[in-house]
Structure formats: C-alpha cells, structure tokens
Design a protein. Structure first.
Length: 280
C-alpha cells in the first residue's frame, strides 16, 4: 500500500516538473484601420478583403495571429518557402465558418484541407515598398508553383468614386469588402493608416458581461448578450444569433465580433448584429 502511494506521488512529481509546452508570442503584424475617406486612394494598392483566417508562416511554422500553431497537414506546408509569409487561409466567399472549423482542428482533416487556399498579401520583414513586395509575392507564388498557394491580386484606383464602384462589385459577388495598402510603405507592424479596410458594414469586438433571457419565441434561451467595448461602453446585442447559439450562447468573459452600420453620438453601435466568437 505504502509503495503504491509513494509510486503515485513520484509520478505526480515527475509530471509537475516536466517542462510545459512553449507558448509562442503573437507575431508582430500589420493591422488595419477603417477607411473613412481620410486618404488619397490613388496612392494605395487595393485588394479584395477575404473572409478567411489570418495565418502567418515564419519559415518553419504556420501560426494564427495569436501565435498558436495551426495544425496543418504536412503536405500543406511542405512546399512553403523559408521566407516569412502573411495571408489568409480561405475556402471561398461567405465560407468563414467552414474554413475556421477546418483550420482549428487539433487533428487535421486531410480531405477538408484540400479545399483550403493560402492567400498571400504580405512578406513580413522584406525590404522595399509594398508595391515592390507585391511584385515579389507574384513572382514567389509563380516560382514555387504550390497548387494551394496564391497571391491576393492588387490594383490601383484613380479616385474614390471608382473605389466605391469596385466595393459594390465585390459585395454583389458575395465578397466582404476591400483592403487598401499604401503602395510606397515599407514593411511595418501595428495598426495605422498604412492599411485600411473598407466594408459596407463595420465590425468591432466586445466582451460578454451578461446574458439577458429571451421572451416570446426565444423564451427559455438567450434574448441578448450584454457587451462591454474596449472603451468601457455597455450595450445589448440581440440579433444575428442562430437557434443553436441562442441555446448555447457565448460564455461570460468571451470576446465576440459584431457588425454595425455606424455609431450614435454616444459612441454606441447602430444596427449591431452578432458575427462570431473570437477563438484566438
């Protein structure tokens, strides 16, 4: 009896002393501000904003923007270069939930990953202007000839009216919006007007601080989430949920993404609607 207890204690001690798996820091990446007509659009390269999952390749490991490793099949990363890449894992317009489910599995579904494309829009740390790096991306993708590796096409627009026309075309085709990247910019990280996003709706994140019960046909399940924005403003979010999400709503403390048309004078979102839970 005593020997068994000692053995169990020894095993527990060995487990406690075992090194914990390393948690990678979130990679430093460029993040977008919202386009409000504040810049000369003719100085920017424009591309479609893809509704995929951001993925950074450091030359050895594919990671989410949080730094967590993406468990991609070995064949998916085997042909990637030693050069760092930044892009989106994407399966097509309007398929965010599908691609998100595929790339977040601990054990990759080989067949499902065959539908995933790695769409490249930046070369982290590379020299030159963004226009020059866009040319490098084009040549790199061509030379590597990996079937699931693509560049995100970049183009210039002469003025705001053409920009809005291109936005309308993309949205009507099922796309999410446009990205604008300052053509002359060197590679930088952080959030700035070097990178701008333009969508018919805006989106933002907030933390769940409460659940409001539903009424009528939603009795017995979620009616609305009580949210707090990073600025400390609180509001109720009651639309955009599926029946399953109302039965099993995001937990208190979770960060959710919502979309909205514009802001009130008090800084609260108008016509807000739930999009998704942030998973990393």
């Amino acid at each position: 009896m005593i020997s068994r207890l000692l053995g169990a204690l020894l095993c527990g001690l060995l487990v406690a002393l075992s090194p914990l798996p390393a948690i990678a820091e979130a990679p430093a990446i460029l993040l977008a501000n919202v386009y409000h007509g504040q810049v000369d659009v003719s100085r920017y390269l424009v591309s479609e904003k893809l509704d995929g999952v951001r993925a950074v390749w450091d030359g050895e490991v594919l990671r989410f923007r949080s730094g967590r490793t993406i468990n991609a099949p070995a064949w998916f990363v085997a042909g990637l270069p030693k050069q760092a890449l930044d892009g989106e894992l994407w399966t097509g317009r309007g398929q965010f939930e599908r691609v998100s489910g595929i790339v977040r599995q601990e054990i990759p579904d080989d067949a499902a990953w065959r539908d995933v494309r790695y769409m490249i829009f930046e070369l982290p740390g590379a020299p030159g202007s963004f226009a020059e790096r866009a040319g490098q991306i084009r040549r790199l993708v061509r030379d590597l000839n990996v079937p699931w590796l693509f560049e995100i096409r970049q183009f210039f627009v002469p003025d705001r009216s053409i920009l809005r026309k291109r936005l309308d075309e993309v949205v009507k085709a099922g796309g999410e919006g446009l990205m604008l990247h300052l053509a002359e910019a060197p590679y930088v990280t952080g959030r700035s007007d070097v990178l701008l996003k333009l969508k018919p709706w805006q989106d933002a994140e907030a933390v769940v601080i409460g659940h409001q019960p539903g009424r009528g046909r939603h009795a017995g399940r979620l009616g609305a989430l009580k949210l707090r924005t990073p600025e400390g403003r609180e509001f109720l979010l009651g639309t955009g949920f599926s029946d399953v999400q109302r039965q099993m709503p995001p937990e208190i403390g979770a960060t959710v993404t919502y979309r909205y048309r514009d802001l009130t004078n008090g800084g609260l979102p108008r016509f807000a609607s739930f999009l998704r839970v942030r998973e990393e």
